[in-house]
Write a protein that binds this ligand. Sequence first.
Ligand code: C2E
Ligand code: CA
Ligand code: CA
Length: 880
Amino acid sequence: MKAAWFRPGIIATGLAVLVVLAAGYLADRQNSALYREQARAEVAESLSQLRTDMETRLYGSVQLIRGLVGVIASEPDIDQAKFSRIASRLLDGQSQIRNIAGAPNLVVELMHPLAGNEAVIGLDYMQNPDQRDAVVAAMELGTVVLAGPVDLVQGGSGFIVRYPVFVDRPDNAGTKPWGLIAAVIDVDQFFAQSGLLSEALPVQVALSGRDGVLSHNGVFFGEPDILNRDPVTAQVSLPAGGWQIAAIPQGGWQELPRDVWYFRAMLCAAGLLVVLPVGFAGYLHDQLRARSGKLSHRESEMRKLSQRLNLALETSKIGIWELDLDSGELRWDRRMKELYGVRQGESPDAVEHWINKLHPDDRPKAVAEFEEALESRDTYRSVFRIVPKAGTVRWIRTIGASHQDSDGRKIIIGVNWDVSEELQLKTELIEANQSTELRNLELEEARKQMEHNSLHDVLTGLPNRRFLDERVFGPDADVSPTALVHIDLDRFKQINDTLGHAAGDAMLVHAAQVLRQNTRGTDLVARVGGDEFVVVITNRVDEAWLERFAHRIITQMQKPVRYKDQTCRFGASIGITLADNDGAASNSQMLIDADLALYRAKRSGRNRYEFFDASLKAEIVSQKQLADEILTGLERQEFAPHFQPQFDANTLDITGVEAVARWNHPTRGTLAPSAFLEMAEELSVVHHIDRMILLKTLFQSKRWEAAGLAIPRKSVNVSAGHLNDPELMKLLHGLPIVPGELSFELLESIFLDDENETVSQNINSLSDLGIDIELDDFGTGHASIIGLLHLNPARLKIERRLVKPIVDCARQRKIVSSIIEIGKSLGIEVVAEGVETLEHVAVLRDLGCETLQGFALAKPMTTSELIEFANSEVWRQRAA
Ligand code: C2E
Ligand code: CA
Ligand code: CA
């Protein structure tokens, strides 16, 4: 876009302004110059008047004096009286000459008027330094000389006119100097008479050229400054020399003519007269141009629009029709004719033409819709089929609207386009949609099936654990049980192992059936694990009902089941929990409770049911507490050995000690293994206890050795877990073990349970370290003679339950005696445990048992007690 100032109108106006300004400026300057010239001419005129005046007056005075000079030339010896007479006559009416002096031989002798000037008589010019030079100059020049203005002796100032006088020599031989005539011209008078002092004088004047010497710059009349103010100058010619007269108008030069503003206003008006029409014309021109620019822009927009419209219509194959409502004339455009299969040359003339092209089936409806639109003048919309040519059918959609054109004719303009494909697509889409819906249904069905599968057990068809988690135990649970019954099949594992999985599966199906048959529709039977079931009971039930229910289940489960040609037997243990009346326990807590009850049922023998109750809960809480305390006890090393001495049966010397674990419980005092061993086993921490006891025993033995006590042997109890510890050997290698002084007591069962690699390796390594093996609680397990030989222990310890009855029962005595015999024959030492009375001591000694251990001789004790006990030898007195 061009800048606004670039418009030609503005440029033309600008130029006009420039021209007018320039012309105005020149005219103004011309005007000023003319004015100045005129002023100067006026001043010059005044000036020449003044000059003429001054010259006339001075020459007049000089003429007067010349007359006097003439008199003297003819009468050189003139006396004062005559001089005065002649002078007064000459000067009659001449006020500007103040006095005239005659000075023969340059000494003043004559004077007019004499009165007041007597003092001058006798003045010798040659003797007067003020006048000498001027007088000499006048005499030498031989012509009149004007001097001054000078300050006069009598006051005021004056010009002095000096006239040298020459007289004829008597012999007529030329002339000889007589002397001098000097006249004083009163300056003020002169100036006044010349008009210089007139108030009406239109100019200010400055005179310069003192003594008639033009080059004398000093101004002797008027303001010296006038010379600097561009004055008009002229020369006043004097009898000898001249003055310069300079003048400026009164009040100085006027810079501008008085009417300059009027002149300028006129100039401006004239300028405006030029600029305004030009500007207006330019503005009109610009407007015209802008408008024509917009017009052509609009035209091209229009062209583009119509091209686009055309393109759109062409590509979309939209036909346009127009119906003149007044004349009934129908006009179709080219595309319209193509749509309807009309040849380009021919043209439909009326609505009938269109009606003829309509498909017969759609005709009534299409015509009705059209007529209705005509009547209502509403937007016309319709869809119908046409038959462009025989055998083809097209779907047409039409939209029209009535309006009035610029000529005032009422017309309807509308468009038609082919929607056959669109409709085709639509029908296909609908069909596709229908089939998608069908597929979705199938998918939904499959999803439901999958969901059902994921929530049900395939084998029994019962709900599974996930089902329970979601519906009963989850946050969105919608089932509120009144009781939970947890059922676990007994001996099911054996069936699986011995008869195969198919048999196992059949039993599970059978069990599920038993449960279903014994529950109501409102109850929920679920299989929650391999052989575990849960029955969720939702009806109001009491304990008696549940007892009957559990009993029924157990009885029916115990009945033998035929599978193929096998008879299968299994049972069931049941844990039951009732919902609290206050509903405090959550559903998932109920499941835990039922599980605990089941656990108790299984522990107290199978085919039983147990209810969860407060005592069970308390038991569990205390068990939990015990477990926690054992773990912290281990950390705090609260487990320590007590030592029970073992004695030689014949000499009653102490031959060894067995270290037994004690727990120095922070609140409950010293606890024996029965209080913690079982739980420690459940926690799998017994081997930690064993290790602690072993280390502490080794340490304590140093104490009693230091106290002078010599006990040949100490033994510690070693659990299967400890023996199974791969770290055990590493530990033992780092300990100060003297071969033969330390034994490990092992239970028979360790060797029966498993033929463990680590265990047998460790046992071999033990003998390398010089650690003896003792077989603990011998006679209760199933150790075979072969196994015994294989293990090759240093000692057997006869279980105290076997020892206890030997005093009273000969048969029992016989068993113990046999064990002692076997030991002897295998070269294995025999230790009797549970030696509680002196009778025991005696019987065992008689039976040939080498070592005795029991309360009759000593109970387990601390190291300090052991030292004191050993030194006191109290047991000997008791036994004696
Ligand atoms: P045990 O190995 O048979 O240990 C002997 C137990 O018999 C000790 O019980 C001891 O106090 C008791 N006893 C000794 N003489 C008599 C008697 O004349 N009459 C009666 N009725 N009992 C007698 P304690 O200390 O309660 O130990 C019980 C069991 O705990 C031990 O039986 C042993 O199997 C186990 N045990 C003890 N300490 C440890 C240990 O450090 N580690 C392991 N793994 N087990 C240990
Ligand atoms: Ca033992
Ligand atoms: Ca024992």
